[in-house]
Structures are given as structure tokens and as C-alpha cells.
Write a protein that binds this ligand. Structure first.
Ligand SMILES: Cc1cc2nc3c(=O)[nH]c(=O)nc-3n(C[C@H](O)[C@H](O)[C@H](O)COP(=O)(O)O)c2cc1C
Length: 347
């Protein structure tokens, strides 16, 4: 087999490796998958506008996100149940992120505990779901704090689960013997977790979570100027423009198309990140030009994990870093901070 060269190669190989049910779970989206596809396609509707004869000899992809130094403006997004993708699971993904010099964001619905991932010793954030039972949420926040996680990422676009028809067609469910590790006592089953997530969370709860955790809070799932303003007013340190990789409400805009209105509404008060559809270094540079501080990638490193465990995830992150560096230099920028709005235009 020829060595995979890019994320698309890993995506194809992962599709061959996984059984149809698990593949549909990871690759699929909600409803007609309009948003799932548009996340990727929308990047193609933006041109890059390179500037020439700039000295880009000493360029770097390094930047900071919420004050955290990272090797590149691309972080690992929270993705549930990684041990179903490969036995290396979240610990393997965290090792890959650490080796690549970037942040691993651990999902609440992970197959390793926050402490196990913390033991890897890399930069780490914790993605939080809020539960009907307040005690469960308190316990998760305590595990994040005790594990040295430096930020909470509160996912706000999943009060109920999206309508994922691929799973229904293949009769796929995460097997009951796969345990959600953060819940202790051997964990609980996936079904129990989904039923326990709160559908009553409102903006008022944000300040309470910030105060309780003492950690910076990123709000993940913002798609409008209105919600971006509310996030600023309720104590968030950042927002992630995200539609959950097209897995929740189908028919919402591609994230790259929602980015500018969020950036304008935030008006520099807090950091704006984006995820959804990142497959190339040029996608990252387009997001930076439209005002993102950094992006998160979900499926891209996940396909690497499926194909070759920790080593595959690391290789995908390294490929993306090399692509980001090349795109920065060819667009005439020496660092992520150098990428200004004039470097992109709509088609
Ligand atoms: C299989 C899968 C599981 C996910 N699980 C979670 C999760 O547990 N919590 C969360 O906030 N987001 C979750 N997401 C959404 C990702 O964090 C991210 O928003 C999305 O994958 C970005 O799109 P991309 O896959 O095109 O990069 C999941 C995404 C996928 C594909």
C-alpha cells in the first residue's frame, strides 16, 4: 500500500477498516447530511489571496490559544468512544496530540478516565456535558480540575441527540460493554449516559459552571451573533463555532460561513475557535483569515487513529501541521497571527 499522503487517504483507509455500523457512526451526520457535507464544501467557496515577495523563510505555525502555547492553530476536538475506533483509544489520541505539540480535548463520553488521559502529560482540555443529576456534573468538573485540565469546553448544541439515520439503518449502537469511563465504578453504558444528559441547560447556568470550576470556559456550538454575544455576557472565555460535525441539527450553516458573524459580534472580547470540515491546511488558513484563533479537528485525527492507532493519529496531525506551514508561507504569512482578513475572498 502506498503511504497515505493526506486526510482523504486516511478517510478512505478508515472506511475499509471499520465495519459498516461503526463507520456510519463516526462518518455520519443528522438528517439528510446537508450540513455534514456543507462543512467541507463551504471551504471551497472561499479563495485564498496570497501576497508575494514576503520573506517567509523563518515562518512558524506556533501560536497560543487561551494563553496555552501550541505548535499549530489546530487542536484535537472531543470525539466520543475512541476505543471503538482503535484499542489505543483516547490515551493514544492524547499521546499523539502531545507529540504533535497541541491540545487534546477529551470528551465526557470517553472510554478512558480523565485521570488516565491526564497521565499522558500533554496539554488537555475537558469537554463537558451537563447532566440532569447535578452530582454527576460536579463530579466531572472535579475530575477535570484534579486532572490538571486547563479549560472546560461546554457543548451546547446537544440538549437532545441528532437524528442519525445511518445508525438506524445499520442497527448500530455503541455496545453496552463499552463503558463511559468518567462515571466510575466501571463506568455506565452509553444508553444510560445519553438519557442522563440535561435538556434544561440555559445561559444562566454558564456563570455557575465557570465559578464552580475556576477554569476558563469555552462554549462549543455557537452559530449566531446573538448567541456569541450571550456567551461574552455570561462569562465565557471563548466560543467554538461548531455544528457538532453536522451530527445535531441538519440544515444549519457550514461553520466557515457562520464564522464572520460570530467574530464581528464577539468584537475581540474573547477568543473564537471553529470546528467542522477541516481536512486541509488551507482550510485552517481560511478560518484564521476569517477571524478564528485556531480550529479543532474531529474526524481527521480520528481516521488516523482507526488506521494505525496513536501513530496514525500523530501522522495525521503532522501532515496537517506541514500543510498549515506551507499554506502560511505560500499565502505570504510568517505566523498564524499574520493572517489577515484580506487573505480570503468569497467565490
Ligand atoms: C464520532 C463523533 C463523536 C463526537 N463526540 C463528541 C462529543 O462527545 N462531544 C462533543 O462536544 N463533540 C463531539 N463530536 C463533535 C466534534 O467535537 C466536532 O465538533 C466535529 O467532529 C468537527 O467536525 P469534523 O469531524 O468535520 O472535524 C463528535 C464528532 C464525531 C464525528
Amino acid at each position: 500500500m502506498v503511504e497515505p499522503l493526506n486526510v482523504w487517504d486516511y478517510e478512505r483507509l478508515a472506511a475499509e477498516r471499520l465495519d459498516p455500523g461503526a463507520h456510519g457512526y463516526y462518518a455520519g451526520g443528522a438528517g439528510d447530511e446537508l450540513t455534514l457535507r456543507d462543512n467541507v464544501e463551504a471551504f471551497r467557496r472561499w479563495y485564498l489571496r496570497p501576497r508575494m515577495l514576503v520573506d517567509v523563510d523563518a515562518s512558524t505555525t506556533a501560536t497560543t490559544v487561551l494563553g496555552q502555547e501550541v505548535s499549530m492553530p489546530l487542536l484535537v476536538a472531543p470525539v466520543a468512544f475512541q476505543r471503538v475506533a482503535h484499542p489505543d483509544g483516547e490515551v493514544g489520541m492524547a499521546r499523539a496530540a502531545k507529540a504533535a505539540g497541541t491540545v487534546m480535548c477529551l470528551s465526557t463520553i470517553a472510554t478512558s478516565t480523565p485521570a488516565e488521559v491526564a497521565a499522558v502529560g500533554g496539554p488537555r482540555w475537558f469537554q463537558l456535558y451537563v447532566f440532569r443529576d447535578e452530582g454527576v456534573t460536579h463530579d466531572l468538573i472535579a475530575q477535570a480540575r484534579d486532572g490538571g485540565y486547563t479549560a472546560l469546553v461546554l457543548t451546547i448544541d446537544a440538549p437532545v441527540r441528532g437524528n442519525r439515520e445511518r445508525d438506524a439503518r445499520t442497527s448500530f449502537a455503541i455496545p453496552d460493554d463499552v463503558r463511559v469511563a468518567a462515571f466510575g465504578r466501571g463506568g455506565v453504558t452509553p444508553k444510560q449516559v445519553f438519557e442522563a444528559i440535561s435538556a434544561s441547560l440555559t445561559w444562566r447556568d454558564l456563570e455557575r459552571i465557570c465559578a464552580e470550576s475556576g477554569l476558563p470556559l469555552l462554549v462549543k456550538g455557537v452559530l449566531t451573533a446573538e448567541d456569541a454575544k450571550l456567551a461574552c455576557e455570561h462569562g465565557a472565555s471563548g466560543v467554538v463555532v461548531s455544528n457538532h460535525g453536522g451530527r445535531q441539527l441538519d440544515g444549519v450553516s457550514a461553520t466557515i460561513d457562520a464564522l464572520e458573524e460570530v467574530v464581528a459580534a464577539v468584537d475581540g472580547r474573547i477568543e473564537v475557535l471553529l470546528d467542522g470540515g477541516i481536512r486541509r491546511g488551507t482550510d485552517v488558513v481560511k478560518a484564521l483569515a476569517l477571524g478564528a484563533r485556531a480550529v479543532l479537528a474531529g474526524r481527521a485525527p480520528l481516521w488516523g487513529l482507526v488506521v494505525d492507532g496513536e501513530a496514525g493519529a500523530l501522522r495525521v496531525l503532522q501532515l496537517l501541521q506541514a500543510e498549515i506551514l506551507s499554506a502560511l508561507q505560500l499565502v505570504g504569512c510568517t505566523s498564524p497571527a499574520d493572517v489577515t482578513r484580506d487573505r480570503v475572498a468569497p467565490k
